[in-house]
Design a binder for this molecule. Structure first.
Ligand code: UDP
Length: 243
């Protein structure tokens, strides 16, 4: 088996990867499927931290939009808690496959998970455990994309892998426009100037400032997480300079 290209990476999984397309909630067969892909990738010898989203359960901005009876910040905290629910499901799915894991949360939740402490997370990763990072950044008004960028920087990851349900970044929404063009490589500046909303703008800005490469790829193609880890040409890479 070829060596992995990276020593350490952060994998951003959206909540939508936990359910069949168009559904909400959690479907354990879907969770086990993505857990199994991730475990196989980890077995190639790469350290993996997973930042998990919560959109399959609740997104703060959508939940509170137009309602006078709940504050937007409250909705964002609810969204962060949703990521912990997902984290628990993912942890058990990974462990049912024989994978050693740790669940760490950015909001302290004694009795449920470890608090996120950078040095401790670093040690878990070095020991080959898959570390699931839940509750986002711990602060409202951003998404787990920003959390993924921050955690990748904090934990000195080589790359941020963003798993999506399409093949990468397109010139237009490929689920609506059949002529949408798939890019193989883009610069951070191109993503910003073309307003390609693949990750939230704060996440792109963080990655750009610290020159952290991003790979956007399709998690629904079996084996793609392993391919990404080996550095195979899949999806769209976002880097500082095209090369
Ligand atoms: N969230 C937040 N701060 C964070 C991360 C997430 O307030 O640092 C909230 C936000 O409301 C977000 C929700 O949690 O919409 C769920 O996360 P996200 O939308 O990123 O989930 P995904 O789309 O990746 O499933």
């Amino acid at each position: 088996m070829p060596d992995p290209k990276y020593q350490r990476l952060i994998l951003k999984l959206s909540g939508e990867s936990f359910v069949p397309k168009g559904e909400r909630g959690i479907s354990m067969p879907e969770v086990v499927d993505i857990a199994s892909q991730t475990f196989k990738a980890a077995q190639q010898g790469v350290e993996i931290g997973i930042v998990i989203g919560g959109g399959n359960i609740l997104r703060g901005a959508q939940f509170t939009a137009g309602s006078a009876s709940i504050q937007e910040a409250t909705g964002h905290y609810m969204g962060m808690l949703a990521t912990v629910i997902n984290g628990l499901a993912l942890q058990d799915a990974l462990e049912s496959l024989g994978c050693e894991t740790r669940l760490m949360t950015a909001i302290k939740m004694d009795g449920v998970a470890e608090p996120f402490i950078r040095r401790r997370a670093d040690q878990h990763l070095k020991k080959g455990r898959i570390v699931i990072l839940a509750a986002g950044t711990g602060a409202p008004f951003v998404t787990t994309d920003t959390a993924a960028a921050q955690k990748a920087l904090e934990l000195d990851a080589d790359i941020l892998l963003k798993a999506t349900r399409v093949d990468g970044i397109y010139s237009a929404d490929p689920e609506k426009d059949p002529d949408a063009e798939l890019y193989t490589e883009l610069t951070y500046t191109q993503v910003q100037s073309r307003n390609l909303r693949v990750m939230d703008p704060t996440a792109i800005a963080h990655c750009m400032e610290h020159n952290l490469p991003i790979l956007v790829f399709n998690y629904r193609t079996d084996g793609n997480i392993e391919r990404a880890v080996r550095g195979e040409t899949i999806g769209t890479r976002v880097v500082s300079q095209l090369g």
